[in-house]
Design a protein around this ligand. Structure first.
Ligand SMILES: Cc1cc2nc3c(=O)[nH]c(=O)nc-3n(C[C@H](O)[C@H](O)[C@H](O)COP(=O)(O)O)c2cc1C
Length: 321
């Protein structure tokens, strides 16, 4: 019998191009109960694509990392589970993506486009549950657009197939990331299902966390853009739960975290990749800090890690003064 309780967990969402080993480790450090790889193509794993296989690499230090898959062919999914995913002892959960709105994915009938095909959703959920002992969740949206919202139907299909928990992002496929996430829809799903429901969409602060938990009655939350450049949010929420208080993050702590993030990246990836990837992380981390636009401009021009570390040190000192 698989454990059902998600027990108010705070999870890091799968984020393409963002939730690599280094960022996952940092979010674990601040208290993320579960983290996920970015969405990984079952078809590419099926064909032994080397770059895709790198995406399911999980470091020894990671304690709570799991994998998110996407695809649409139950036979491919079955083979990938048996050969590539089940042997990874470290992961306890598999998330299946039914929410990605990006045309490159939806044009193949994958991601959020699956919601237009409930019988295929059923087949996929049954395939997942029958072919792994790991916990399975589906991560989905409200539906295709304002006139086609079938999240309760999809949630019930998943529940009947034996899926362990549901993660709902309160937007439609058409909305992409615009507008405000609809938290009342998450409440509706929570009331309709017996399996745990995890709330996702627009949690950027401790106050948002309190509100979404109160408003939806969800079993837990998943942080996405709110964690980008702000992994501290996990700790702030946990501190708030424990003590009723939390501390704001100081500029110096943010820069120390940038430096740690950089070093972790260099441990796992090629330097040139880290330099380009860290530019976007730095832009998220430093948003709103004193004179930070100049720092970002300068960092974006540099291709040498020692010069970048020098610049970060100088900037850190300027915050101390
Ligand atoms: C840069 C980026 C990459 C994303 N990649 C994935 C992904 O690989 N798999 C997935 O299920 N959702 C992905 N999402 C969606 C998020 O996991 C999340 O559902 C969405 O951003 C809503 O949460 P938020 O409002 O807290 O950001 C991505 C979102 C962003 C902004």
């Amino acid at each position: 019998m698989k454990e059902q309780s998600i027990d108010k967990q705070i999870m890091l969402a799968p984020l393409a191009g963002v939730t690599d080993v280094s960022f996952r480790l940092i979010c674990e450090k601040y208290g993320a109960d579960k983290t996920f790889t970015e969405m990984v193509s079952c078809k590419a794993l099926y064909y032994d694509n080397k770059k895709t296989e790198d995406l399911i690499f999980i470091a020894d230090e990671e304690k709570h990392c799991n994998i998110q898959l996407f695809g649409s062919d139950p036979l491919v999914i079955k083979k990938v589970l048996k050969e590539k995913i089940n042997p990874i002892d470290k992961i306890t959960d598999i998330s299946f993506n039914m929410g990605c709105p990006v045309p490159k994915v939806t044009k193949n009938g994958e991601g959020s486009q699956l919601m237009a095909n409930p019988s295929l959703v059923r087949d996929i959920c049954e395939t997942l549950v029958e072919n792994t002992d790991k916990k399975v969740n589906i991560k989905f949206r409200l539906g295709l657009d304002e006139d086609y919202k079938n999240f309760v139907q999809i949630g019930k299909i998943a529940q009947n197939a034996g899926v362990d928990y549901a993660i709902l992002h309160g937007r439609t496929k058409k909305q992409m990331y615009t507008g405000k996430a609809d938290w009342t829809a998450i409440k509706e799903l929570k009331q309709a299902l017996d399996i745990p429901v995890i709330a996702n969409g627009d949690i950027f602060s401790v106050e948002d966390y309190i509100e979404i938990m109160e408003e939806t009655g969800a079993d837990g939350v998943m942080l996405a853009r709110g964690a980008m450049g702000n992994p501290f949010l996990f700790k702030q929420i946990k501190d708030y739960i424990k003590t009723g208080n939390y501390k704001k993050t100081r500029g110096i702590e943010i820069i120390d975290q940038v430096i740690e993030h950089y070093n972790l990246g260099l441990k796992y990836k090629r330097e040139d990749l880290v330099i380009t990837q860290m530019r976007k992380h730095i832009s998220w981390y430093t948003k709103g800090l004193k004179n930070s636009s100049k720092l970002r401009q300068e960092i974006n021009m540099l291709n040498d890690k020692d010069q970048i570390f020098d610049l970060l040190d100088k900037y850190r000192n300027s915050l101390e003064g």
